[in-house]
Write a protein that binds this ligand. Structure first.
Ligand SMILES: C[S@@+](CC[C@H](N)C(=O)[O-])C[C@H]1O[C@@H](n2cnc3c(N)ncnc32)[C@H](O)[C@@H]1O
Length: 335
């Protein structure tokens, strides 16, 4: 039980974006990378980032007050455990996530009230086009998006592999596989398995070097295309993590039916999503659901909603396997 009075708790929630925007600005300036070799004075940091030393000092002092960077004597700043993941070159980096959330997605979130009132998609209202069309025209933002997916969902990969037994699958197709981090981990855990990664052409172009660097070019085929048109045949399991939540039921059914048409009877459909639980307990998936409403125009679903979707697409939902993170593996079998 917390002893903070409700007004103070609510006040902290209301001003929550102060912290997230301060983190975003520090990520944009690359402060954590600059501090990687050791502490620096604010003047040194300001010179390196082309910012105003007195204002940068106030910015970093505020972040240090919540444990992100530490202020030492003589206006020197150093990394802290909470600042470390803002470095760009480390496993589990959160820098791209901070950039993506603090920039375009923050602007879309500013339209939440409008979207709830009108039903209009916030991202399209702000940027004039759907997110995946926008990213296709903005290579740097698209690269940040790919990385941010690992930032936000990367922890789920090990949890999925721990919770779900992939043995018996000969070829797994990762539809909308993004930067390849998930299929690489699955293939590394199952040395006899082969993989197909499918995504939009510009994404696959950036993913190829990652698959090569993981030493998996011989076992993982890269295919580009549009899952609203078709998906590649030839796998006995189709996995999609955080794909179906991007879309409304009609579009989701198009993707699922495209999978169905290349799958044979008895092969597996594995959706990895946050299945919305009943009740009022904290569950970030309920906020991820708002992000889906505002940005791609999709939704998180309940167990019943997944049952209905699977049934309409020609799959039997066999079981929902929880993981140590909020996501579950929703196993279906093609009828
Ligand atoms: C939310 S991300 C999830 C990425 C990855 N599955 C993960 O869990 O990190 C959605 C992915 O769907 C891909 N995508 C969006 N529209 C697509 C389309 N029409 N055809 C194929 N892939 C698409 C995006 O490029 C992106 O990689």
């Amino acid at each position: 039980m917390t002893n903070i009075p409700p007004q103070a708790q609510l006040g902290e929630m209301i001003t929550g974006y102060w912290i997230s925007q301060a983190i975003y600005a520090a990520a944009k300036f690359g402060i954590a990378d600059l501090l990687n070799e050791g502490s620096l004075t604010v003047d040194e940091l300001a010179t390196a980032t082309a910012t105003k030393p007195d204002l940068l000092y106030r910015h970093l002092r505020a972040l240090a007050s919540v444990g992100i960077f530490a202020e030492e004597d003589h206006k020197r700043f150093s990394l802290t455990p909470l600042a470390e993941p803002l470095r760009s070159d480390i496993q589990g980096s959160q820098r791209s996530l901070a950039l993506m959330m603090g920039e375009d997605q923050y602007r879309a979130w500013g339209n939440l009230a409008d979207t709830v009132e009108t039903g209009d998609n916030a991202y399209e209202k702000v940027f004039g086009k759907p997110i995946f069309d926008h990213l296709a025209e903005q290579p740097e933002k698209a690269r940040i998006f790919d990385d941010a997916m690992t930032g936000i969902h990367g922890r789920e990969t090990g949890a999925i592999i721990d919770a779900y037994d992939f043995s018996g699958i000969n070829v797994i197709a990762d539809i909308g596989g993004g930067n390849g981090s998930k299929i690489s981990s699955i293939l590394q855990s199952y040395p006899d398995m082969k993989g197909i990664l499918f995504d939009l052409p510009h994404v696959v172009g950036r993913t190829r070097p990652n698959i090569e660097a993981a030493g998996l070019s011989g076992r993982c085929q890269l295919v580009d295309g549009d899952f609203f048109q078709s998906v590649p045949a030839g796998a006995d399991a189709y996995i999609m993590r955080h794909i179906i939540h991007d879309w409304d039921d009609e579009k989701s059914l198009t993707i699922l039916k495209n999978c169905h048409s290349v799958m044979s009877s008895g092969s597996k459909l594995l959706l990895v999503e946050s299945v919305i639980p009943p009740g009022n307990d904290p569950f970030m998936g309920k906020f991820l659901d708002l992000a889906m409403m505002l940005i791609p125009g999709g939704k998180e679903r309940t167990e019943n909603e997944y049952h209905e979707l699977y049934d309409k697409a020609g799959f039997d939902l066999v079981r929902i396997v929880p993981t140590s993170t909020e996501v579950s593996v929703i196993e279906g079998v093609r009828r």
